[in-house]
Ligand binder design. Structure first.
Ligand code: GLN
Length: 389
């Protein structure tokens, strides 16, 4: 038999998605892969039922159905305060996963360098390798997850083609301040670099923190490729609806990559999701309140169990510090956690470039009952998992 390609040699399958399979195997409460176990808004589901008997079963326009792009442009204009042309500045993709990959393939040539902050959402490693680019990792130093501006500038000196910015950040929950974003923007301008953003948690922010869209920084609109998604905002991760927003000359290239990768996002789901894109401010305020309550429930529970953890400023993840268990492998720890304690988590090492072994990631996009059940099980963690060594 001929040999398979070597494109995937340098990465494994997704550890996040593997942990879901392990959680299912042990019937653990799955707080590993981040997705809700509660229902999407009923107005969207009602529209989905209607759409089944309407004429939306063939391809939409490859870069997205007209009314979806128009509704998305209006919504993003409302939140960013910037004008967005639905015809020349948007491509609708199969989730933000495809948006990020299309953005990477649109701006990098094989051999180009790309700055990635570490810890990072694991897709970025694979996206970089699949597009033939080479990552330069810049640490976000725990426990505050701040970056050193000099280290960042050193990375820019290597002439990267792009920087990937996940804000609010998965997995560390960092919300970059305006001043931090300004440092990145100034360097992007000085070294003539694109900034590819992953802003899927734009609406999941905890007061007093605020989300600043990178494209709104001075002079950044033309060099920012903003990737987003409806998955987290409307609790529809399985619908695979994401998008790229950028200036027309970038979008022309993204359209081509997207067209040949997937042709288009699912037409009936785009149509049903328009209902969500038209929601007013009350929806987003409720979403923040709901996630703030879930965050507090989980974090207060962890505090009473005396399990040390980070405090997220945005997104829906928390990193637990498992140093006291003294494990060499956080993957083995997570397997034992699923099997013996009955809680699914993601090993922190899958997000860090540095040899970091002290964290596991839990998410809290779950019903309060599910979170309480996870906390009940975690109450036995020290009985069921003994420190090593
Ligand atoms: N973004 C989510 C996470 O980090 C889901 C990842 C996925 O499987 N697409 O868990």
């Amino acid at each position: 038999m001929p040999e398979l390609s070597n494109r995937t040699e340098n990465f494994t399958d997704s550890v996040i998605r593997r942990m879901t399979r392990i959680s299912n195997k042990y019937k653990a409460v799955n707080l590993s892969q981040g997705f809700p176990d509660f229902e999407p808004p009923k107005e969207i589901l009602q529209r989905l039922a209607e759409v089944a008997s309407e004429d939306f079963h063939q391809y939409s326009i490859t870069w997205g159905a007209q009314n979806f792009r128009e509704a998305l442009a209006k919504k993003q204009e409302h939140f960013t305060g910037m004008k967005i042309d639905p015809n020349s500045e948007i491509v609708v993709t199969c989730g933000s996963t495809e948006a990020m990959m299309s953005a990477m393939m649109s701006v990098t040539n094989p051999g180009d360098k790309v700055i990635v902050f570490s810890p990072f959402y694991e897709n970025y490693g694979a996206d970089t390798i699949l597009s033939g680019a080479e990552p330069i990792y810049v640490p976000l130093n725990p426990p505050e997850f701040n970056f050193d501006a000099d280290v960042l500038e050193n990375a820019f000196r290597q002439k990267p083609k792009a920087l990937i910015l996940c804000n609010p950040s998965n997995p560390c929950g960092k919300v970059f301040t305006y001043d931090e974003l300004k440092i990145i923007a100034d360097l992007a301008e000085k070294y003539d670099t694109f900034v590819i953003t992953d802003e899927v948690y734009e609406h999941i922010i905890y007061a007093p923190h605020r989300h600043t869209y990178f494209s709104t920084l001075p002079n950044m609109k033309d060099r920012t490729i903003s990737c987003g998604s409806l998955s987290k905002t409307y609790s529809i991760t399985g619908w695979r609806l994401g998008y790229v927003i950028a200036s027309p000359h970038i979008i022309d290239t993204v359209k081509k990559v997207h067209d040949f990768l997937t042709v288009g996002a699912p037409a009936p789901l785009q149509e049903a999701a328009v209902t969500g894109l038209k929601f007013g401010d009350a929806y987003y305020n409720d979403l923040q309140m709901k996630y703030t309550e879930k965050k507090n429930l989980l974090l207060n529970g962890l505090d009473s169990l005396k399990i040390p953890h980070t405090t997220p400023e945005g997104a829906y993840y928390v990193l637990l510090d498992i140093s006291e268990f003294n494990y060499d492998s956080d993957l083995v720890f997570c397997e034992e956690l699923a099997e013996k304690v009955g809680v699914g988590a993601v090993p922190g090492s899958s997000f860090f470039r540095e040899p970091e072994n002290r964290y596991i990631r839990l998410h809290f996009a779950k019903k309060n009952d599910t979170l309480n059940e996870a906390l009940n099980r975690l109450a036995d963690i020290r009985k069921k998992i003994k420190p090593r060594g």
